[in-house]
Design a binder for this molecule. Structure first.
Ligand code: FAD
Ligand code: UDP
Length: 383
């Protein structure tokens, strides 16, 4: 074995695939019972509808190298992501655009009129100097729209007062003065034609790649555990960085999600893939309806049943799956301390969402794995 990879998500699998193609013998371990990390999907048995096990995953990128790379393993459908939100029993388009503004104010503003209105309502704060998510939200869209669509949704999602959240969280959500309601701005977007798991399996399908599931790096009863391997060969670790160091600098905080899946006896439950619920009195943040991610499969999916998933958000305990880094000031200080520790760890590279404590979309995880391979591993791990 030339390289040990801990974690079979997109980061670990990209490194594994590159290394195997370069002739290196690679072992990938994962503590779960399947490969693919959070992008894993499987067909719900009663309906055959593909369900993304760890929450809806939409692929999008503007990075040509990543787009070219992923197309080696799968083709993509022409799916374009659009999201709606329910506020006080009325449905509005997201991200906030001219359609949302005109519906909310029951008006027919032109782009210029809408800009002037929002500018007048947003005057309390300047987007450039916004110190937290609330100030940034108000600076971007004004207080009335902020309070309707952002404040309570964000508080539900983060269980943290938006005044204590970093302003960057909301920068992911654009505001548009046109009727364009595409959720993402990227050049390429789509869903893997035959599903995420088929894509993931093709990445791992190489004679030089050995995958061991149900294998925890910290389990001393299995031969590839941390103390038996560190310093013996190059390792790419994509698990949580704090866990690697046994929380020596304190546990970093994460948000986890609970998913409540239901097969409903109707062919179409909500007419769209994702409906957000903006108000505080609805306990879930959104409902996913998976059949709508693949309209091209309509003739294969039942016409009298559908699969929906309600998503609830809360702080993660040690036993939960960590999904989103909370990234408080304390977490950022802890992360810097862990990065220092990581530098001293011989032959271990830390990567991916958990290994770097960063929110990474799939294309970012794949892009950063390609860079790690090219810059730090390609010339080093020789057999
Ligand atoms: P992961 O997929 O988390 O893989 C890490 C792997 O390491 C896991 O399989 C885990 O079991 C394993 N592991 C951890 N610790 C150990 C250990 N001790 N021993 C052995 N194995 C271990 N991206 C998008 O582009 N679009 C989306 O719409 C999107 N939606 C998302 C929704 C949710 C709810 C979440 C959580 C993420 C979403 N993402 C989305 C991000 C996407 O999932 C990540 O970019 C991608 O999973 C990153 O891959 P990774 O390899 O870094 O991490
Ligand atoms: N957001 C919101 N209302 C919405 C959708 C998003 O306030 O209806 C805010 C919220 O703070 C969220 C951020 O925008 O954390 C980013 O939204 P995105 O849809 O990217 O969140 P994700 O899908 O990553 O959970």
């Amino acid at each position: 074995m030339d390289l040990l990879i801990v974690g079979s998500g997109f980061f670990g699998l990209t490194i594994a695939e590159r290394a195997a193609s370069a002739g290196r013998k690679v072992t990938v371990i994962d503590r779960r019972t399947h490969i693919g990390g959070n992008a894993y999907s499987e067909n719900e048995p009663e309906t055959g509808i593909e369900v993304h096990r760890y929450g809806a995953h939409l692929f999008h990128t503007s990075n040509p190298a990543v787009w070219q790379y992923v197309n080696r393993f799968t083709t993509f459908t022409d799916y374009v992501h659009r999201v709606y939100t329910n506020h006080k029993g009325v449905v509005y388009p997201l991200p906030i655009n001219l359609g949302t503004i005109n519906q909310f104010f029951a008006a027919a503003y032109s782009p210029e009129q809408a800009r002037a209105l929002i500018q007048a309502q947003a005057g309390e704060f300047d987007a450039k100097d916004a110190a937290n998510l609330e100030e940034k939200g108000i600076a971007l869209i004004g207080r009335p729209l902020y309070e309707a669509f952002i404040r309570d949704y964000t508080a539900k999602q983060w269980q943290t007062d938006p005044k204590n959240l970093p302003a960057e969280v909301i920068s992911r959500l654009p505001v548009r003065y046109t009727y364009d309601n595409r959720y993402f701005n990227d050049t390429w977007e789509g869903l893997p034609t035959d599903g995420y798991t088929a894509w993931i399996e093709r990445m791992a399908d190489h004679p030089n790649i050995d995958v061991k599931l149900d294998t925890d790096f910290f389990d001393e009863t299995q031969p590839l555990h941390k103390t038996a391997t560190v310093g013996q060969l190059p390792i790419v670790y994509t698990g949580p960085i704090d866990r690697y160091f046994d929380d020596a600098e304190g546990a970093l905080s994460w948000r986890t999600l609970d998913f409540e899946e239901e097969v409903v006896p109707v062919g179409d439950f909500q007419g769209t893939p994702v409906m957000n619920y903006a108000d505080a009195d609805v306990p879930y943040t959104r409902i996913h309806e998976f059949r709508h991610f693949h309209p091209e499969r309509a003739d294969r999916y039942p016409s009298d049943k559908s699969v929906i998933m309600r998503e609830y958000s809360r702080f993660a305990t040690r036993e939960d799956e960590p999904y989103y880094p909370v990234n408080t000031a304390e977490d950022r200080a802890g992360l810097l301390a862990y990065r220092e520790l990581a530098k001293g760890e011989r032959d271990v590279l830390f990567g991916g969402r958990l290994g770097t404590y960063q929110y990474l979309d799939m294309h970012m995880a794949i892009g950063s794995a390609l860079s790690m391979w090219n810059n730090q591993l390609a010339d080093q791990t020789g057999s």
